[in-house]
Design a protein around this ligand. Structure first.
Ligand code: NAP
Length: 488
């Protein structure tokens, strides 16, 4: 599950969609303070959703032309007098300039839509700051996670959730009603203390992807350096051959599958570690260490990055024959053969190796594509749990097996050829096999009936060293209960 998914409220934050107590929006008049990008998109959306809108600007004459004629554009104080709900589409820095409006805003709902430029920029959230400036008004935080662009496209595209928080239930309900009428899904994030969290959400850049991206970059750098030394530096130092032209395509193309393959195995390694921990402690109720927990949560991103590298590897491989260097090498080989009068260059073993290697690689990519597609929320939501776990666990593991076959057919007998040990460094493929083969081996061991049954019992709640009540079927088919030490 992605961090983005994790950030989505599961419990506690109640989706207010479908709340029968929320009445459909009447032709309410909504006030908007400000005439910038956000205000303009908001006004358009409000008008399209059937609201009357009055815009409060410091310079209404100049700004009126920016809004549709259906919206009334007037001075700030005039605008707020005509409505009970006012969207404050103004930056935090300018809140204090609105203080003159405190009296007219008293008793009204102020919707704080603002964002910051840095995470936890101010000690006090913008909404709390606004509330402190207007103690006689009720502040609701909301709409800040929706961009001006999403407002324009009318929730058909982009984020549909509008996170709302306030200390006043009634005000929160009113804003939720407006959001719903605009086609968004209001999500109740609780009281005003959540405002800081809501304000930080739009500033987070792919939080769930940070570790997987760093991991794949780290692996890429390590394997790139390793391949560079073997494919470019070694021939340069030992044979004075200039192979630097290989860096942009060949070295990258031998690095990408290493990253893809290891990343795929890293999707399944935490399962093995979790199973080891559960078998060792004899319980599923013991918390995994923090790093394992994090790892388990990032499996989707790691898998998608593995697919990304595999797809790039496929593209690079398809482009290999297009290179000038490849054409020169082909001609060179042909000329050499003509000079040496060699007629038959067909090597049966090599032909078979390549056929199997390519076919298995295509199957592996196909399976990885399937895993990637089914991890998309819209597709995943259409699958039941069994279907999802069959694709992600069983087919995913088969993808790992097929990728291993792809790697082995690529390497073939190179591991046993001493010429392949450049600077005593083993061929790259032998290194990449280490983690995936460990995972496959561990999976095979866990599938042994004695271990598998114990693991399944633990996952159903059995605990080592605890007496549990169980129910036994009697000879007549009736059930009788008894006590048993689960150690037995
Ligand atoms: P903007 O284009 O710069 O507009 C800000 C507006 O504030 C101005 O047009 C101005 O309207 C008004 N304003 C009132 N008092 C002001 C003062 N003393 N100095 C300067 N301007 C003053 O900004 P924006 O992009 O619309 O953003 C407005 C708010 O929405 C911000 O808090 C932002 O964080 C939030 N937001 C924006 C987006 C987005 O996609 N743009 C998304 C989410 C949240 P008048 O000149 O007519 O008074």
């Amino acid at each position: 599950m992605s961090g983005g998914d994790m950030a989505k409220p599961l419990l506690g934050h109640r989706s207010m969609e479908g709340d029968s107590s929320i009445t459909p929006a009447a032709s309410r008049t909504i006030g908007v303070l400000g005439s910038g990008d956000f205000a303009r998109s908001l006004v358009m959306r409000l008008l399209c959703s059937g609201f009357k809108v009055v815009v409060g600007s410091r310079n209404p004459k100049r700004k009126a032309g920016l809004f549709p004629s259906a919206a009334e554009v007037t001075f700030q104080s005039e605008a707020v007098k005509k409505t009970d709900v006012v969207f404050v589409a103004v930056f935090r820095e300018h809140y204090s300039t609105l203080c003159d409006l405190a009296d007219v805003l008293a008793g009204k709902i102020l919707v704080d839509v603002s964002n910051n430029t840095k995470i936890n920029h101010h000690k006090q959230s913008n909404a709390e700051y606004l509330a402190s400036l207007f103690p006689a008004s009720t502040v609701v935080k909301g709409f800040n996670v929706v961009s001006a662009w999403t407002l324009q496209s009318g929730a058909r595209d982009g984020n549909k959730q509008v996170l709302i928080c306030s200390n006043n239930q009634e005000a929160k309900r009113t804003v939720a009603e407006i959001a719903q009428a605009m086609g968004f899904t209001p999500v109740d994030m609780g009281c005003m203390s959540s405002a800081c969290e809501i304000e930080n959400i739009p500033l987070r850049l792919l939080p769930a992807w940070k570790i997987p991206i760093l991991l794949s970059l780290g692996l890429f750098l390590c394997f790139f350096t390793y391949n560079l030394v073997r494919q470019v530096i070694h021939p340069y130092i030992r044979e004075q051959k200039n192979k630097f032209y290989k860096i942009p395509v060949e070295v990258v193309n031998t690095t990408l599958p290493c990253v893809a393959y290891i990343m795929l195995s890293l999707v399944y390694l935490p399962w093995v570690l979790a199973a080891c921990s559960q078998l060792y402690y004899g319980t599923k109720y013991r918390r995994f260490p923090e790093w394992l927990d994090q790892w388990l949560q990032h499996r989707k991103q790691i898998g998608l990055l593995s697919f990304f590298c595999a797809a790039l590897h496929t593209l690079y491989s398809l482009c290999l024959p297009m290179r000038r260097s490849h054409r020169y090498q082909l001609i060179e080989t042909a000329v050499k053969q003509a000079v040496e009068k060699k007629m038959n260059i067909w090597v049966e073993e090599e032909v078979w190796r390549m056929e199997i290697y390519i076919s298995v690689g295509i199957i592996a990519l196909g399976l990885l594509s399937l895993l990637a597609i089914t991890s998309l929320p819209s597709i995943a939501n259409s699958l039941n749990w069994r279907e999802f776990s069959f694709i992600q666990s069983t087919l995913g593991f088969i993808a790992l097996l097929v990728s291993t076959l792809h790697t082995l057919t690529y390497g073939w007998s190179r591991a046993f050829d001493e010429n392949q040990y450049k600077f005593y460094l083993p061929p790259t493929y032998t290194l990449t096999l280490l983690v995936p083969c460990t995972v496959i081996l561990a999976k095979v061991v866990f599938c042994l009936p004695c271990i598998w049954h114990r693991l399944q019992r633990i996952r159903r709640g059995w605990e080592k060293g605890r007496c549990v009540k169980f129910v036994l079927p009697s000879a007549t088919g009736e059930y009788s209960s008894g006590e048993s030490s689960s150690n037995v």
